[in-house]
Design a protein around this ligand. Structure first.
Ligand code: GDP
Ligand code: IMO
Ligand code: MG
Length: 426
C-alpha cells in the first residue's frame, strides 16, 4: 500500500505544486486533503504555466486520478473555472473526483472573511479573503453545508435557510453589510454549479482504499504548510486547516499505518505572505533580491511575499511534526548571485539558546537568529541536471542544511521548469 505525502515545511509556496507534479509521474492517484482555493500551486511544463488552486497537481498526467478529499473546502464556481481553464489548455478533467463530504464555501464565508479582517485593523491576519476560515468554522460548529447536500435540493435549501438566518443579521447588524438572498445562492449552486460537478462527486474514501488495496501508488498533496497549521503553526497567523502530514489521515480518510513516505518541500531560503512572526526576515537589499529573482509574489493573490534566510530551527520542528522521511529543497538557483549565505541554526531568547522551536509565541516574536555564514557559489545553477553540475559551494550549502535538518535532501530544484532539478545521491 504505497502512500506518500508531500508537505510544505515552512509558510507555504515552497514549490509543492512543481514537486507534486514531478513525483506524480510514478503515482496513480493524487489527493488534496485540506485547504481550498487559498492555495496557489504553480507548474511549468514546456514553458506553459499552470496555476492550480483546487485541482490536485497530478492532473497533467493522463494516468492519474486526481481527488479532492473530504478535508478540503470547495468553492464550486472556482473549481468549475479551474476545470474550464485546464480543459481550455487541453487537459482532460473527466477523471477528477470530489468528496461528497467536503464542505462548500459560500458568499457569506467570503464576505465574513473580508469584514472580519477589516475589523481586526492592524491585527489582521492577512488572509487570502477566500472564505477559508469562516467555512472551516462552520464545519466545526456543525452548520457547514457539504458537497453531498447539493444532491438533495430540499435539504440544501433548508440548510442554507438555517445558516442565513444567523449570518444575515450578523452581516447586516454587526458589519453593516447587505443581507444575502438564499434563493439567488441556491439558484447559483443548484442550477449552475451542480450540473457541472455532479459527475465528479464521489465516495473518495472507498475510492482511495480500493486503489491502495490494489497496490496503486497514492500521493497526498498538502496545501499551505507546517507553520500555517491551525494547531502547530504561528497561531493566530495560520490557516484554518491542518496541512501537517497527519492532516492527510483525517482529510482523506486513511490511518497513519498506511503512510510510508513523507516528503517535506523546503525552500532554500524562506518566505511568508500575510502577517505573523518571522525570525529571519530580511528588510534589506538581499530580501529585495530574493523577491526579484525568486518572483516572490502570490500565485493567485499577487501579494509580495516577505523573505528571509533559511531557518533550521523551523526545519527541525517540521521534521518532528510530519515525520519527514526526506526533503526536496527548492529554488536553490535563486541564491546564485550571493557572495555569502546565512543559515539560522538557533534562536536566542533573553540570552537563552534554543535549537528547537520555543513553545511560547512571545519567544518567537522576541527571538534573535543565531546565524552560520557560508560562502556563495556565484554561478548559474539553472541548467544543472546532475549532481556533478553543482559547484562545490552549492553542494556544501546543501550538505550543511542536511546536517542541520537531520533528514536526507533527495531532490534540489534549480528552476521552475518540470525538468529543472537535480537528484542527490541516495
Ligand atoms: P506552492 O504553493 O508550494 O506550490 O508554490 P508556488 O507555486 O506558490 O510558488 C513557488 C514558485 O516557485 C512558483 O512560481 C514555481 O514555479 C517556482 N519554483 C518552484 N521550484 C522552483 C525552483 O527550484 N527554482 C525556481 N527559480 N523557481 C521554482
Ligand atoms: P500554498 O498552498 C502561502 C496564508 C495567508 C494568511 C494565512 C491565512 O500556495 O502554499 P487563509 O486565507 O488561509 O485564511 O489565510 O495563511 N496562506 C498562504 N500562504 N501559501 C499558501 O498556500 C497559503 N494559503 C494561506 O497569506 O497569512
Ligand atoms: Mg503557493
Amino acid at each position: 500500500m504505497p502512500a506518500t505525502i508531500v508537505v510544505g515545511t515552512q509558510w507555504g509556496d515552497e514549490g509543492k505544486g512543481k514537486f507534486t507534479d514531478l513525483v506524480a509521474k510514478e503515482m496513480d492517484m493524487v489527493v488534496r486533503y485540506q485547504g481550498g482555493h487559498n492555495a496557489g500551486h504553480t507548474l511549468v511544463v514546456d514553458d506553459e504555466r499552470f496555476a492550480l488552486q483546487l485541482v490536485p497537481s497530478g492532473i497533467l498526467y493522463d494516468h492519474i486520478t486526481p481527488v479532492i478529499g473530504n478535508g478540503v473546502v470547495v468553492d464550486p464556481a472556482v473549481l468549475i473555472a479551474e476545470m474550464d481553464m485546464l480543459e481550455g489548455k487541453g487537459v482532460d478533467c473527466g477523471r477528477l473526483r470530489v468528496s461528497g463530504n467536503a464542505h462548500l464555501i459560500f458568499p457569506y464565508h467570503q464576505e465574513l472573511d473580508r469584514v472580519t479582517e477589516r475589523h481586526l485593523g492592524k491585527n489582521r491576519l492577512g488572509t487570502t479573503k477566500r472564505g477559508i476560515g469562516p467555512a472551516y468554522a462552520d464545519k466545526a460548529t456543525r452548520v457547514g453545508i457539504r458537497v453531498q447536500d447539493l444532491l438533495d435540493a430540499k435539504i440544501f435549501r433548508e440548510k442554507l435557510g438555517v445558516v442565513l438566518h444567523e449570518k444575515n443579521p450578523l452581516l447586516a447588524k454587526v458589519y453593516n453589510r447587505l443581507p444575502l438572498d438564499p434563493d439567488a445562492i441556491a439558484a447559483r449552486y443548484l442550477d449552475e454549479c451542480l450540473p457541472r460537478l455532479r459527475p465528479h462527486i464521489a465516495d473518495t474514501v472507498n475510492l482511495l482504499h480500493e486503489a491502495l488495496e490494489a497496490g496503486r501508488h497514492v500521493l497526498f498533496e498538502g496545501a499551505q504548510a507546517t507553520f500555517l497549521d491551525l494547531d502547530h503553526g504561528t497561531y493566530p497567523f495560520v490557516t484554518s486547516s491542518n496541512p501537517v502530514a497527519g492532516g492527510a489521515c483525517t482529510g482523506a480518510g486513511i490511518g497513519p499505518r498506511d503512510i510510508n513516505r513523507v516528503i517535506g518541500i523546503t525552500k532554500a531560503y524562506l518566505t511568508r505572505v500575510g502577517s505573523g512572526p518571522f525570525v529571519t526576515e530580511l528588510d534589506d537589499e538581499v530580501g529585495d533580491m530574493l523577491v526579484d529573482r525568486g518572483l516572490e509574489f502570490g500565485t493567485n493573490t499577487g501579494r509580495r511575499r516577505r523573505t528571509g534566510w533559511f531557518d533550521a530551527v523551523m526545519a527541525r520542528h517540521a521534521v518532528r511534526l510530519n515525520s519527514l522521511s526526506e526533503i526536496a529543497l527548492t529554488k536553490l538557483d535563486v541564491l546564485d548571485t550571493l557572495e555569502t549565505l546565512k543559515v539560522c541554526v538557533a534562536y536566542e531568547v533573553d540570552g537563552v539558546r534554543h535549537e528547537h522551536m520555543p513553545y511560547h509565541q512571545s519567544d518567537l516574536h522576541n527571538a534573535v537568529p543565531v546565524y552560520r555564514e557560508l560562502p556563495g557559489w556565484r554561478s548559474d545553477l539553472s541548467g544543472a541536471t546532475e549532481l556533478h553540475h553543482l559547484p562545490r559551494n552549492a553542494k556544501s550549502y546543501i550538505a550543511f542544511l542536511e546536517s542541520e535538518i537531520g533528514v536526507p535532501i533527495r531532490l534540489v530544484g534549480v528552476g521552475p521548469g518540470r525538468d529543472q532539478f537535480v537528484h542527490m545521491a541516495a
